[in-house]
Write a protein that binds this ligand. Structure first.
Ligand SMILES: Cc1cc2nc3c(=O)[nH]c(=O)nc-3n(C[C@H](O)[C@H](O)[C@H](O)COP(=O)(O)OP(=O)(O)OC[C@H]3O[C@@H](n4cnc5c(N)ncnc54)[C@H](O)[C@@H]3O)c2cc1C
Length: 623
């Protein structure tokens, strides 16, 4: 239940969860199932329960950048690696200073600042079987595809739509039953889905029969976390938290900004005894006897660890923070899916008998749309391998990954990435978006219709960093295109999408129905395409990796039980623990992750509380 600071006075919690977003709310819902377990959630944003701005997809764009919903993080200005050395460029959105909110603080939870943005993108995705298995191979015992798939089924429930069933393939979805998050297909689709699928087939990219088998190379309709009966978004707040909000052992304080985990040493291990947070300009402490778990997202979880003195000593000292635990992996290995797209004006507004639906009308009329228009969403998505779009580049990249890498952690990851490239494991994503990928260069003419072939690089070679630079400031540096092959891959994707647009039946009749407006016909050689990409690439908000689950000697932050190395009772259970990026979107990964993380809690809790309580008492007597 929502409570005030007074409501937790004198209490000592079994669990304190920092961040009530996607993973946080799953965790607390499950942890508080036992009425004798006292759980506290501290969430920086406001509650926004039943807020239509969050529930209605696309409407949320009205609230981007508003502090009550959005953290509005900025990256540091990115260097134009390997293009024009030493120049700097902005990341995305047409040349603003430093762009790209890399992410996930915009989330789901009771949370606030983040939520609404995610309300706009409601794609849930099938998972790629190689990824959890690769996490296991990096030294994380117990992480396998089979286990991960089982946990993912614990979170999602498919509701068959009563529309568009001629276009949509209802695959093996019956397996998704009676779980919290409702998944379905959006009520409004572009009606170009079948043409896109056939064009991909013409390029030897198959249609997928069962996208939930883990084999995702090919095109298939992706689910949305959308309830077809209400047209509302189905997410952690309304599907996990709200049904259990009345539990008296579950306390939630919103507008509570966590600044530090308070620790002491017990038997040489860093041990959390409380959490410091700020609410209405006052600072408070919540006490814990069991565990503190960070689910503050990929950007804020490393920040909170560093503010608590856990991280690379050099980073901490520079920021004026006392070192409590030397853990250099904190804030390293930051992974991101980057996207952009080739935008076309659609000259024929019909696909057969059906009108093509696009987002164009939303550009000038947002907020006055019918609910169905606000539910328009991309459906068909193709996941392909680099070898599918450029065998030559695939060979070059694979060879480069076999050369010696100084950093042992990265070397281990590159070894797996090279295997995936050789085995044609999908690392790229292509979709037909019913609208411009970026604002149209000549301004928006809403009487016209646009579609884009958007693409994303899902398994980047570059690695970013997120570190505090003082007690109040954070440097988010995704190191975009630091590895030149990430940019070369995007150049090949532009060329591939152009070929796709000329492929029947997507091309249309005669001269074709797709006139390229962005980057446009003048942008032809590789250097020009690369330049254009650098100015138009965007975050997908799928940032991960900043507290990677890896062995400590490989620069890891958490062990396979999600416990921070060198600590007694501090865990991280959000997307930041992903050590090698997933080939699909991240939201359903976050749900499965939280469900799986939970198992680790239950296994350890009893033993932990007993040991911890004894050790804390002992330590206090020794002082
Ligand atoms: C705009 C946008 C669109 C997206 N679209 C999609 C999509 O279509 N499909 C998809 O699969 N994924 C999508 N994602 C990604 C997906 O939402 C994230 O991967 C997922 O929510 C990550 O979950 P998390 O629990 O790690 O973090 P979050 O859900 O971000 O939760 C972190 C929570 O911690 C809180 N917090 C942070 N710092 C503090 C602090 N100091 N004190 C207290 N609380 C704190 C935040 O306010 C937030 O509520 C999108 C993300 C964004 C931002």
């Amino acid at each position: 239940m929502l409570t005030s600071v007074d409501g937790i006075k004198g209490q000592v919690f079994d669990y304190i969860i920092i961040g009530g977003g996607t993973t946080g709310l799953v965790l607390v819902t499950r942890l508080s199932e036992n009425p004798s377990t006292l759980v506290l959630v501290l969430e920086a944003g406001s509650a926004h329960i039943d807020d239509a701005n969050l529930l209605i997809p696309q409407q949320c764009w009205l609230f981007v950048g508003k502090p009550e919903y959005d953290w509005s993080f900025k990256t540091v200005t990115q260097r134009k690696h390997n293009i024009t050395p030493k120049t700097e460029y902005s990341l995305g959105l047409g040349g603003k200073d430093s762009e790209a909110v890399p992410q996930s603080t915009i989330s789901s939870g009771i949370s606030q600042r983040a939520n609404k943005l995610k309300a706009s993108f409601i794609c849930l995705h099938q998972h790629l079987l190689n990824t959890p298995t690769a996490w296991g191979a990096l030294g994380n015992d117990g992480w396998t595809w089979e286990k991960f798939q089982a946990y993912s089924k614990k979170s999602e429930r498919f509701v068959e739509p009563n529309h568009n069933t001629d276009v949509l393939t209802i695959m093996n979805l019956a397996q998704l039953i009676s779980r919290p998050i409702v998944t379905s297909f959006p009520p409004l689709i572009s009606n170009l889905e079948a043409d896109f699928r056939k064009a991909m087939e013409a390029h030897n990219v198959p249609n997928i029969q069962d996208a939930f088998s883990g084999e995702i190379r090919g095109t298939s309709p992706s689910l949305s976390n959308l309830d077809p009966s209400t047209h509302h978004r189905s997410y952690a707040t309304n599907m996990y938290y709200q049904p259990v909000a009345g539990r008296t052992n579950l306390k939630v304080i919103v507008d509570a900004y966590v600044t530090e985990i308070i620790t002491t040493k017990v038997n040489g291990l860093t041990t959390a005894i409380g959490v410091k947070f700020v609410k209405s300009d006052n600072t408070y402490t919540a006490n814990v006897a069991g565990e503190v778990c960070l689910t503050a997202g990929t950007i804020m979880s490393p920040k909170i660890l560093e503010l608590s003195g856990i991280g690379d000593p050099a980073v901490l000292r520079r920021a004026g923070i006392d070192v409590k635990l030397d853990l250099p992996g904190v804030g390293m290995n930051v992974l991101e899916h980057l996207y952009t797209g080739v935008t076309f004006e659609l000259t024929d507004h019909f696909a057969g008998e059906q009108e093509v639906n696009t987002f164009d009308s939303l550009a000038t009329n947002l907020g006055k749309q019918k609910e169905s228009t606000l539910n328009l969403n991309t459906v068909d998505i193709a996941f392909v391998a680099l070898a599918d779009i450029s065998p030559e580049l695939n060979a070059k990249v694979t060879a480069s990954l076999q050369t010696e890498e100084k950093d042992a952690g990265l070397a281990a990851q590159y070894k797996i990435q090279a295997e995936h490239l050789r085995e044609k494991v999908p690392s790229l994503e292509i979709l037909l978006a019913p609208g411009p990928a970026n604002p149209p260069p000549q301004g928006w003419d809403a009487s016209k219709k646009h579609v884009s072939l958007c693409f994303a690089t899902n398994c980047p070679l570059s690695r970013g960093t997120i570190h505090v630079t003082s007690k109040d400031s954070l440097a988010i540096d995704p190191h975009v295109y630091e590895n030149r092959f990430d940019l070369d891959t995007m150049v090949e994707l532009v060329k591939y999408c152009r070929r796709l647009a000329q492929t029947p039946p997507l091309k249309g009749e005669g001269e074709g129905r797709l006139i390229e407006i962005h980057p446009g016909p003048d942008c032809q050689d590789d250097a020009a395409i690369a330049e254009w990409i650098c100015n138009n690439v965007n975050t997908t908000f799928h940032t991960a990796g900043s507290c990677s689950m890896l062995p400590k000697e490989l620069n890891g932050v958490v062990d396979p039980q999600l416990k921070v190395w060198g600590t007694h009772n501090i865990r991280v259970a959000d997307l930041s623990i992903i050590p090698l990026h997933v080939g699909s979107h991240t939201q359903s990964v976050a749900y499965a992750l939280a469900e799986q993380g939970l198992l680790q809690f239950f296994l350890k809790l009893l033993a932990l509380i007993v040991v911890l309580a004894a050790d804390i008492i002992k330590a206090s007597h020794e002082k």
